[in-house]
Design a binder for this molecule. Structure first.
Ligand code: 2PG
Ligand code: MG
Length: 648
């Protein structure tokens, strides 16, 4: 009985909430739709510029969102772009209330900057200066108004014309400008001279203001909606969807993977920690954070077509280094969702979208899709016993083979290896680990490498010619920070220098070994440097926990030559934009990037699109076994098929 009682209680507490609340009518404010000069990226100020066609569309959609509200009063400034926006909204609402123009709600006077192009000014004066002119509260553009002055005139006008109406419960719409509305936020005490500087207002997105409690929330035409799903280990993850509120159509979706061997500098993974719920792993709090984000997130077609803008909005709202306010798992699922949404809105495949917006290198037809790193023996935290200390024994194919040829090779070797393991160690040796690789009773690297080489040859491929070997040691997991010793094999302890030699011996004995990831503890930098100095010309020295896809660490690591290859995992840093920023830094130095799955995965295969989109040479995806891994193999095949057909 207890059990049922508890289950019911849980469902009540954590039902997935929907955000679609009806308006508490009072005050709605709205920046006008895009003008012809917004489109050209010019400072408009007091010049009277009309709405663009896109701006008119935005106004129509604002009218639709506000359809349920009947305004008693509508105010605009005396400039055409606000009047037109207000008229369109009133027309869509079928509301013939007169629109009152209040000249003091006009845009800020940009002085000498008026009619200048923002990008050109940035090139001439630098972005810091231009941002100051645009956003500073106290500094004015040359011969123009500062935001403090605007706050004075807008505030006085609000007190004179609007305040009384609002306090007597009238429904009021104000259509004004980016800066006059920012000024109003300060006047109403919702923002202050400091917080207003980072506050941007998107075009034609209605904002509901609660002047009594000094709160606001966006009323977007689109909604972020989230619910809890499970990952490949049966632990909760969150799925985020971007939904059109009017049609209920899903425009894009994403979820977040989760690691077992994590770097200490990975962004925060927000879990509820209630031991009675999914062993403490539920993510209902993160699901709720997505609901909350709706209030302060601008979701217009324009922002949703621009992934960087969405990621930037999250970063600004969260405001913490480790994404602790909203959660790095929240931001990862959101970033994947918005990437998928953007690609769908642009009618593109995600990899095409990424190439167009972030492309580091372009992918040509056929054989140079990223080469998979395939994890066929699972040890460490991903294995059955953790007695095999090195976490991953992977194979990767010759890069001039096509994706289909490579995948054929992986599957054949995978099955040969299975047979060999069963022959040698019995049926239980074919049990599989978190990433689909086998977990035989093997406890040394030497033994694992030998049987892998045998499987390659037995499948009629050439070791070191057709197929290469890669390790992910995940060495932080077997390092003792007090004794500074590594337990590289069961009961075999070595110090950092001895470990460099240990790897050196493996490389000498197994020349097909061409990549070693996380060979050392994430902050044993001296060992990393020594290893890189000795072996960087022979193999890929891959930093995973070392870099945690963090641009700051990557920069430092490149300068100090910690490693020569980046393992890229979006959920280590929390947004696709930041992850790609890190990848670019590595590629710019002529080094390589491996885009990677996590040991706890979901069925989305966006990592493949990211790898293809940025032109990464490698992608690490586990074995051709377990649905969540297979999804990645099959996405590669799908892209190959599409590229071949496109260019046929
Ligand atoms: C790694 C990953 C993926 P985890 O260490 O590279 O293989 O494992 O997701 O557990 O960190
Ligand atoms: Mg790793």
């Amino acid at each position: 009985m207890m059990h049922f009682y508890y289950a019911t209680k849980t469902l009540q507490i954590y039902s997935n909430r929907t955000l679609y609340k009806s308006f508490r009518m009072v005050l709605i404010i709205l920046r006008h739709g895009e003008s012809e000069w917004n489109k050209l990226n010019k400072f408009t100020g007091l010049i009277d510029i009309e709405l663009s066609d896109g701006g008119k569309q935005e106004a129509i959609s604002a009218g639709e969102i506000l359809r349920g509200c009947r305004f008693d009063h509508i105010f605009s400034s005396n400039l055409a772009r606000t009047i037109q926006t207000a008229e369109i909204i009133a027309r869509v609402q079928n509301n013939n209330v007169a629109i009152t123009q209040i000249p003091d709600f006009r845009e800020r006077d940009y002085g000498d900057l008026t009619s200048k192009n923002k990008t050109e000014l940035t090139e001439e004066f630098g972005s810091a200066q231009v941002t100051t002119w645009r956003r500073s509260f106290r500094e004015s553009p040359p011969n123009g108004e500062n935001l403090e002055q605007v706050t004075k005139r807008v505030g006085d006008a609000y007190q004179k014309h609007v305040q009384q109406l609002v306090s007597t419960g009238k429904n009021v719409l104000i259509v004004a400008h980016g800066n006059s509305l920012r000024a109003l936020f300060v006047h109403l005490g919702i923002k202050n001279p400091v917080t207003i500087e980072k506050f941007e207002i998107g075009t034609a997105v209605p904002i509901q203001i609660d002047p009594v409690n000094m709160k606001f929330r966006y009323e977007n035409a689109y909604e972020l909606s989230s619910y809890q799903i499970i990952d490949s280990r049966g632990y909760p993850s969150l799925e985020v969807q971007c939904v059109d509120r009017r049609t209920k159509r899903v425009l894009g979706k994403g979820s977040t993977p989760s690691g077992a061997s994590c770097g200490s500098t990975e962004v925060c993974e927000l879990r509820d920690g209630d031991k009675d719920l999914y062993h403490g792993k539920s993510v209902f709090g993160a699901v709720d954070k997505i609901s909350e984000l709706n209030e302060h997130f601008v979701l217009s077609k324009k922002t949703m077509s621009n992934l960087s803008k969405c990621d930037e909005q999250f970063i600004a709202l969260d405001g913490t280094e480790m994404k602790t306010k909203y959660g790095g798992n929240t931001s990862t699922a959101l970033s994947f969702c918005m990437a998928n949404t953007a690609a769908n809105l642009m009618n593109q495949e995600l990899y095409e979208y990424i190439t167009d917006h972030y492309g580091v290198r372009t992918t040509e037809v056929g054989c140079n899709l990223p080469t998979p790193f395939v994890n066929i023996i699972n040890g460490g935290k991903h294995g059955v016993t953790e007695d095999l200390k090195i976490q991953e024994f992977m194979i990767f194919a010759r890069e001039d083979l096509s994706t289909s040829q490579q995948i054929r090779l992986y599957c054949e070797i995978y099955h040969t290896l299975k047979n060999l393991l069963v022959e040698k160690y019995g049926e239980q040796a074919k049990s599989i680990g978190d990433e689909g690789g086998f977990c035989p009773p093997i406890y040394s690297a030497e033994e694992a490498l030998t049987i892998i080489e045998e499987a390659i040859e037995k499948s009629n491929y050439n070791v070191g010619k057709d197929v290469f070997i890669a390790l992910d040691c995940a060495a932080s997991e077997f390092y003792n920070t007090e004794t500074k010793m590594y337990e590289i094999e069961k009961d075999k302890f070595v110090n950092s220098e001895e470990l460099v030699d240990y790897y050196g011996d493996l490389i000498a004995k197994h020349p097909a070994l061409k990549s070693i990831e996380d060979g050392f503890h994430e902050s044993d930098y001296e060992a990393w440097k020594l290893f890189t100095c000795k072996f960087a010309d022979k193999l890929m020295i891959v930093g995973d926990d070392l870099f945690t896809t963090n641009p700051k660490l990557i920069k430092q690591g490149l300068e100090e030559q910690w490693a020569n290859t980046l393992l890229l995992k979006v959920n280590q840093i929390g947004t696709i934009t930041e992850a790609i920023q890190g990848a670019k830094m590595v590629m710019d130095t002529g080094n390589e990037v491996i885009v990677s799955h996590r040991s706890g995965e979901t069925n989305h295969a966006y990592i493949i699109d990211i790898a293809v989109g940025i032109g990464a040479k490698y992608v690490k995806i586990g074995s051709p076994c377990r649905g969540e891994r297979v999804a990645k193999f099959n996405r590669l095949l799908e892209i190959e098929h599409k590229l071949l057909n496109l260019h046929a």
